[in-house]
Write a protein that binds this ligand. Structure first.
Ligand code: AHR
Length: 655
């Protein structure tokens, strides 16, 4: 080869190398993170949780009561979920008895008449629980019931947790000394080293003929912190692990009810269980109200979260409303009383009731929401209803911030105009594609002078069916990885704009996965009687909420599908970079960290990566779960290869 051609070849190779490097550089889009100065403050109320009675969230869910229809009020005609226990050699019948009510609140009881029974052949009644009574090994169950007997019968009544076929007794005990007056009986049932099962029922039997009446028949397994009338520890722990900052309750549609009479009437949800009538809830079943206002407050406290109280505002789902003005006054007063129950001193009228329940200290409350989704009220009354509540709340509690339920996602005509609400609640149930679009700038255009924004319900869905479409019920109860990508993308947007988007919470939070238990999908956390699991979206939210800091750093990516949000902890200097890759290919990005004085060369990485269709379920709870690893050679300009379909948190130690 001649010298010229050798030179020509060398320069060609050099050119190839240069263009190759240029090409490689072009293939690594740059994300610039400006750490020289924060662009805003991360809202101290990021992230929160939203809850209501839907999908058996409380009864048959978090609220640990195991007896379904314990007060016999679920149906006027028959004792739903109860059955007669008898054999060839014993006989019994049962019926609702309105002539022997426990009190004026619980207006009926269950009459059990045993006509034939012996020690070997008992007879009585059984409760099927919420898709079975969960039997846990070496566990203490708290049993209680009200009972009275006809003359000539004093008991005993045996209480037992039995297999459905009656062949195995897991735990049992007896009560005796029944009289002709109502009396409450309590005892503990203890299981031994049995295999866990939900194929069990709760059985009350006698060994001789007699007639008894029963009311508020209750059975609790071990609860979170061993609290009476408490919560399931495993479900509580899932939420505690998310470190939520607030709990929005009691709804949602559950606040409103189908009719005004079906609203969440908080005064009927406090006090002893025998003073709580329960009520018809909008999601097709009655609520026992065992989880009432006081329990919502304890629940918030147990999670170290602030209550975000929604008050009934005079609109119910079937399109009925209370006229603003004098008609609305009693409802406004109810809301003021409710706020006093939550925040008033123990010497105040309603604060005294809270103190009597066991909590003399007032609860912290910053936000009160007036109603729920009042854009459904096509009468146009919300503007005036909101103004009336707002004025009364501000007059008595000037420190509280009041939330309107009509946000900028709704037509302007439906929004409150006569006063400026402190906060607007926006709800987004959208496809992943829409969430990916919203992630690119939805909140950048919002006016920084307010009102503040609360995204009080949001969830990305990945199926062709909207969450409320009955056909969606054929789909898995919890979302898949693709939905989690949509959720995480939206979270990057909310986080970057959390100076104005001050709170957010996914909805719905819970679903009992048993057939027939649910009305909605997707949901964040699924469970049956014994097990609980988090969806990929649960893991995504937990990754975001547990890696947060207090400063927003400007983070911009160009020419990349990878979405980013960056925040910093001002005390430690730790920078959290969240990356969301919606493409099905690994995507390298160059991370240009500007204004960082020093950066540790090793960083922690939390990664949630899976096939877009992958998901978790009650039988495969950890199929999609975050992994924690380390990455080295970290410096400004380093290239990080973001896995396909993944959500990543990089924890960078910096100064
Ligand atoms: O989250 C389920 C329902 O969606 C809520 O009850 C309601 O507020 C919304 O329409």
């Amino acid at each position: 080869m001649s010298t010229e051609s050798m030179l020509a070849r060398k320069s060609f190779v050099a050119l190839l190398l240069v263009t190759g490097v240029a090409f490689l550089r072009a293939a690594e889009p740059t994300i610039v993170i400006d750490a020289s100065a924060p662009s805003g403050k991360v809202s101290p109320l990021f992230y929160g949780l939203m809850t209501e009675e839907i999908n058996h969230s409380y009864d048959g869910g978090l609220y640990a009561e195991l007896v379904q229809n314990r007060a016999f009020l679920d149906d006027r005609q028959s004792p739903l979920h109860w059955s007669v226990v008898q054999s060839n050699d014993s006989a019994a019948n049962m019926a609702l008895d309105g002539s022997e009510p426990l009190n004026t609140t619980i207006g009926t009881s269950l009459r059990l008449e045993v006509t034939k029974a012996s020690t070997a052949h008992r007879a009585g009644v059984a409760n099927e629980g919420y898709w079975g009574i969960p039997v846990r090994p070496n566990a203490r169950y708290r049993a209680s019931l009200f009972a009275k007997a006809a003359p000539g019968f004093t008991g005993p009544i045996e209480l037992s947790i039995q297999s459905n076929d009656g062949q195995t007794t897991y735990a049992s005990g007896t009560i005796a000394g029944l009289t002709q007056s109502w009396k409450q009986y309590e005892l503990t049932l203890q299981t031994r080293g049995v295999a866990p099962t939900t194929a069990a029922r709760y059985v009350l039997t006698v060994d001789r003929p007699g007639k008894v009446w029963l009311s508020v028949v209750s059975l609790f397994p071990p609860t979170f912190k061993d609290q009476p009338n408490g919560f399931r520890p495993d479900i509580m722990q899932m939420m505690v692990d998310m470190k939520p900052k607030f709990l929005r309750f009691p709804g949602g549609n559950y606040l409103e009810g189908d009719q005004i009479a079906d609203r969440f009437e908080w005064k009927k949800t406090i006090g002893s269980l025998s003073d709580r009538p329960g009520h018809m809830a909008p999601w097709t079943y009655r609520s026992s109200d065992g989880l009432g206002l006081y329990e919502f407050l304890l629940w918030s406290e147990d999670m170290n979260a602030e209550p975000l109280l929604a008050v009934y505002a005079g609109y119910s789902l079937k399109g009925v409303h209370v006229n603003p003005g004098p008609d609305l006054e009693p409802y406004v007063q109810d809301a003021l009383d409710e706020i006093e129950y939550v925040t008033g001193p123990a010497t105040s009228k309603w604060g005294a009731l809270r103190a009597k329940a066991g909590h003399p200290q007032p609860f912290k409350l910053t936000y009160v929401e007036v109603g729920n989704e009042d854009w459904f009220d096509k009468s146009g009354s919300y503007d005036q209803r909101f103004a009336q509540f707002n004025a009364a709340i501000k007059a008595r509690y000037p420190q509280l911030k009041v939330i309107s339920t009509v946000g900028f996602e709704q037509p302007e005509a439906l929004r409150v105009k006569s006063v400026k609400p402190d906060v607007l609640d926006e709800h987004y149930y959208r496809t992943v594609d829409v969430f990916l679009k919203m992630a690119r700038g939805q909140y950048e255009k919002y006016d920084r002078h307010g009102p503040e924004i609360f995204v009080g319900e949001w969830a990305a869905y990945e199926t062709p069916f909207e969450p409320w479409n009955p056909r969606s019920r054929g789909e898995p109860p919890t979302p898949n990885m693709w939905a989690a990508i949509g959720d995480a993308a939206f979270m990057t947007q909310m986080e970057k704009n959390s100076d104005i988007v001050v709170m957010n919470c996914y909805a719905p939070m819970f679903v009992n996965v048993n057939a027939g238990a649910r009305q909605w999908r997707p949901n964040l956390i699924g469970y049956d009687g014994l097990r609980v699991y988090g969806s990929p979206s649960y893991h995504a939210i937990k990754m975001f909420s547990t890696h947060l800091g207090d400063q927003i750093l400007k983070a911009t990516g160009t020419d990349t599908d990878v979405l980013v949000s960056a925040t910093r902890d001002s005390r430690s200097g730790t920078i959290y970079v969240k990356l969301v890759n919606s493409s099905n290919a690994e995507t390298p990005v160059r991370l240009d960290l500007q204004g960082v004085k020093s950066l540790a060369s090793t960083a922690t990485v939390v990664t949630l990566a899976a096939d877009a269709k992958a998901t978790n379920s009650i039988d495969a709870p950890q199929a999609v779960a975050p992994l924690t690893s380390k990455v080295s050679d970290v410096k400004s300009g380093f290239v990080y290869r973001v896995p396909a379909t993944s959500i990543v948190v990089l924890v960078l130690e910096s100064r």
